[in-house]
Ligand binder design. Structure first.
Ligand code: DO4
Ligand code: MG
Length: 296
């Protein structure tokens, strides 16, 4: 079951202008869920319910007509959750970081095998792009990359309720210059993308079989293609969740990006006009154009 947050392209005057709808993505159709009994955050009403599948069935409103996917705008699949990231969870990320940062190379080696993972704050919802919305390269970065990551959707009690596709867009030159610059390399407007859907945890394929793929297009041609598998992650999802929750509470739930296992070669940097597509088995394909310049 793949849950989306969306707006009808044709305005629905029966709904407040800032209200969105939730629905199920079924092929190239959207099955809208009844909105009458929803509170102000309908997505969270489902995700944070005692039993999300049961809540979903309750909200499934048979009389609402299915909508063609082409007639809706899919929004980022979060409400008011913070987004956090885990880092250096795949060997490929460790090696890439050691190469970009001579002075801090040993830090990456140590964190890869340490008990305590690297966890960092990534984004507030206003910094997150949804499907088709632009992700941004900082104006002061000459070397930026997408980071395709499995994103965990966690409830306030840190129950793993769903999964989505995440892009931890990062400025490698800024992060490589000095590790103390990490927040600037990671957290800025449109530095994160999520979507298109949330697959409920019970509907995901077995973890070891989950493939993650990245494709970057420039001028209509593919300029980079890479893939990995969740099986190559050096930590368990439960370990990351446990560390995240040790000294923090998340009353609105939280999204946790689990680190990248795909890093383009060192001579590659994102450019304005590129298109980044990330596909994760069981969830779908998240596509975003790249811009550079002042935040929108
Ligand atoms: O410390 C660098 C960040 C690592 C990261 O974001 C990743 O491995 O995905
Ligand atoms: Mg990352």
């Amino acid at each position: 079951m793949r849950l989306i947050k969306f707006r009808d392209r044709e305005p629905d005057f029966s709904m407040p202008a800032d209200q969105y709808r939730v629905g199920l993505l079924e092929g190239d159709e959207v099955v809208p869920l009844g909105s009458v009994s929803f509170g102000p955050n309908p997505l969270l009403d489902i995700l944070h319910a005692e039993d999300p599948e049961k809540a979903l069935r309750r909200f499934r409103h048979v009389s609402l007509a299915h909508l063609p996917l082409a007639k809706v705008d899919i929004l980022p699949p979060l409400d008011n959750q913070e987004v956090w990231g885990a880092g250096v969870t795949y060997e490929r990320s460790k090696v890439a970081r050691q190469e970009e940062s001579e002075s801090a190379a040993t830090f990456y080696d140590r964190v890869y095998t340490a008990d305590r993972p690297e966890l960092f704050f990534k984004a507030t919802p206003n910094r997150v792009a949804g499907p088709g919305q632009p992700i941004r390269v900082r104006r002061d970065s000459r070397w930026s990359v997408p980071e395709p990551e499995l994103a965990l959707v966690l409830s306030p009690s840190l129950k793993l309720v769903g999964f989505t596709v995440g892009n931890d867009v990062s400025a490698r030159d800024i992060e490589g210059e000095n590790p103390l610059y990490l927040p600037q390399a990671k957290v800025y407007d449109a530095s994160c993308a999520l979507g298109p859907a949330i697959t409920l945890a019970s509907a995901m394929p077995p973890r070891a079989s989950i493939g993650i793929r990245l494709e970057i297009e420039r001028g209509g041609a593919t300029v980079y293609r890479g893939e990995t598998s969740l099986a190559r992650m050096a930590r368990t999802l439960e370990d990351l969740i446990d560390w995240l929750g040790r000294e923090d509470r998340f009353p609105n739930g939280v999204i946790l990006l689990t680190g990248t296992g795909i890093v383009p070669p060192d001579d590659f940097s994102l450019e304005a006009g590129d298109q980044v597509a990330i596909e994760i088995d069981g969830i779908g394909r998240l596509v975003n154009p790249v811009v550079r310049g002042a935040p929108a």
